[in-house]
Unconditional design. Structure first.
Length: 239
């Protein structure tokens, strides 16, 4: 017999923002494989006895378990005829490794189901009442990574070029490159007054910095991850 793997997004850090469908599968889990940024309260929803919890949290430059090992765990536990619930912070496919896990499960013929989560790219701006789109200001939005896979053959994310074609840019995993991003924009012809927000919500400590790309450099602003960076006129709408 072969079990089943559920790849579940649990949202941006507030345990109440997980979907009902996500809660249902957590309750019936035999094995829970979870990330660093998930709210630990969701683990309390497990109802079966003797559930196996496997922590596979990833931090910058300090991966507890490699992605290959995570893939192996999912396959191995499913082949033991267990219900495996793989929990991702945010949404598993928005700059997560959920699809890599899907490919591995497909390779081994393991049944699986994907349950979306609320991405921090949307939830965190809304927490601070910043609309990514607003008909009087912004009709388009791009969500990009601030940290590309170094093994890629070329750089694909050019934030200054993207900002010329969309109204609002949301950057995930960009904390370590904040100053580089602001320098890139100014060197590409953008005004030093281009508004930028650096935000963290649902996780402690909360962060809300509303400033400009010029001030980021002038004041030497830096912040630890995780944060969401928003660039565009919608930043001016924050209270």
């Amino acid at each position: 017999m072969v079990g089943k793997v559920y790849i579940v997004g649990v949202g941006p850090g507030d345990p109440e923002l997980i979907t009902l469908k996500g809660l249902k599968v957590i309750k019936k889990a035999d094995v829970v494989v979870y990330d660093r940024l998930i709210p630990r309260e969701v683990l309390n929803y497990v109802e079966k006895k003797n559930v196996e919890f496997i922590y596979v949290g990833k931090e910058k430059s300090k991966h507890t378990i490699s992605q290959e090992e995570i893939n192996r765990i999912l396959v191995e536990k499913a082949l033991e005829d267990k219900i495996v619930v793989r929990l991702h912070g945010g949404d598993p496919f928005i700059f997560g490794r959920g699809f890599e896990e899907v490919l591995e499960l497909r390779k081994h013929g393991i049944p699986y189901e994907i349950i979306p989560g609320i991405t921090s790219a949307i939830a965190v701006p809304e927490y601070y009442e910043i609309p990514l789109t607003y008909r009087k200001v912004s009709s388009s939005v791009a969500i990009v990574t601030g940290h590309e896979d170094p093994s890629k053959d070329r750089k694909h994310v050019n934030i200054s070029n993207i900002l010329r074609h969309v109204d609002t840019v949301v950057i995930l995993m960009g904390a370590s490159r904040l100053k580089d991003i602001c320098s890139e924009l100014i060197n590409s012809g953008f005004s030093k007054d281009t508004p930028i927000a650096i935000l963290r919500a649902y996780l402690k400590p909360e962060v809300k910095i509303i400033t400009t790309v010029g001030e980021v450099l002038e004041k030497n602003i830096s912040i630890d991850s995780p944060v969401i960076i928003i660039i565009g006129e919608v930043v001016k709408l924050v209270k």
